[in-house]
Design a protein around this ligand. Structure first.
Ligand code: SF4
Length: 355
């Protein structure tokens, strides 16, 4: 009944083939499935669509992505977050190109050996691109399963029990469509608030609906408060309208991404917050504070701005001067876009607010 529902109500997405084509044996391209699934791990379908199309236009197949300069890949990824995933995306493409002749392995086990591919992505690619009977479980599927079976144990501890249920339900015939159907059902019908149970193909057997308590599921462990970290960021603008940028070291949070100079904050240690920590002496003016929430902590950066003369030398390793009009082409993570927009409100398009 779920597959019949999917045949009629599936979402049209640029990385998918229709169920009708899938039943004729025309499967989605593994490169498209892999790329979209990695991107979807951090954000919504709507946010991913333009990134997916941008990547496909720039690098139509996995060999093109493998050959691309890593800076270009990071710049194209900027704004999606979790930048380690972008670095692993590139490494994975290189492994597929060099070690597998540009062809993705067609089993969960083979896929899992590639850089950056874990349980979820290997199952999704194996099921959707290769029609393997793999149990695929993302947040949407967790919600559906926890409601169908009224799983009371809290997440994340109950994940393995939920996955066992998904494995039991996944059919040998059309496992890829089943996986996508569960995702679509969670995204469009079995929503976190006010699920549309009247339209759901499971409404005759769903235990949460029978007990009139769908919204109680999934049960989640109480979240710990995130620690707050402090630091400062320094936006230097010269007379030509350029700002000083530098590249972060490859390892660690936002590794390899572009930034303005900041104090040495980390997930565990505060950085300085006053101008004594500026990268060089200038007439630094406070421009406000921005807040950015990472997975494990909240960062509050005091932003300073200074107008400096052209030709200012700030040190041998201190980066480069970039026209403010060219910031969209830089691999700036969202936290840095917030910083720059705080210091220079006109730096980005009006339509894109980072504050
Ligand atoms: S019947 Fe309602 S709660 Fe149960 S799976 Fe369907 S939409 Fe979700």
């Amino acid at each position: 009944m779920l597959l019949a529902w999917y045949d009629r109500h599936h979402r049209e997405l640029p990385w998918r083939t229709s169920p009708a084509m899938a039943t004729q044996g025309k499967r989605a391209d593994p490169y498209h499935v892999w790329l979209s699934e990695v991107m979807l791990q951090q954000t919504t379908v709507q946010a991913v669509k333009p990134y997916f199309l941008k990547f496909l236009a720039a690098w139509p197949d996995v060999n093109d992505l493998a050959a691309a300069p890593v800076e270009d890949v990071m710049a194209a990824w900027a704004g999606l977050g979790y930048y380690a995933r972008a670095r692993n995306l590139k490494k994975c493409a290189e492994a597929v190109a060099k070690e597998h002749g540009g062809v993705f392995p067609d089993t969960e086990e083979g896929l899992k050996k590639l850089p950056g591919i874990g349980d979820y992505t290997s199952a999704a690619v194996a099921a959707i691109a290769f029609n393997r009977q793999a149990a695929v479980m993302d947040g949407n599927v967790e919600r559906v399963i926890s409601r169908l079976f009224t799983i009371d144990a809290p997440l994340p501890g109950s994940k393995s029990a939920m996955k066992a249920k998904v494995a039991e339900l996944t059919p040998a015939d059309r496992p890829g469509d089943f996986a996508q159907a569960m995702m679509d059902l969670g995204a469009t019908i079995c929503t976190p608030k006010r699920p549309a149970c009247a339209l759901c193909p499971f409404n005759g057997c769903c235990l949460a609906l029978a007990h009139d308590e769908p919204e109680r599921f999934p049960v989640k462990a109480a979240k710990k408060a995130k620690p707050v970290r402090l630091g400062a960021a320094f936006v230097a603008v010269n007379a030509s309208g350029e700002i000083l940028l530098r590249r972060r070291i490859e390892s660690g949070l936002l590794g390899g991404m572009t930034e303005v100079p900041t104090t040495a904050w980390t997930a565990r240690v505060d950085g300085g917050t006053d101008t004594s920590h500026a990268p060089f002496a200038a007439s630094w003016q406070a421009a406000g504070i921005i807040v950015h929430v990472f997975t494990h902590f909240e960062l509050r950066l005091t932003v300073y701005r200074a107008q400096v003369p052209d030709g200012l030398r700030t040190g041998p390793d201190d980066g480069w001067w970039e026209p403010v009009t060219n910031l969209d082409a830089q691999a700036l993570p969202t936290v840095m876009k917030k910083v720059i927009a705080q210091a220079i409100p006109s730096a980005f398009d009006e339509s894109r607010k980072f504050r």
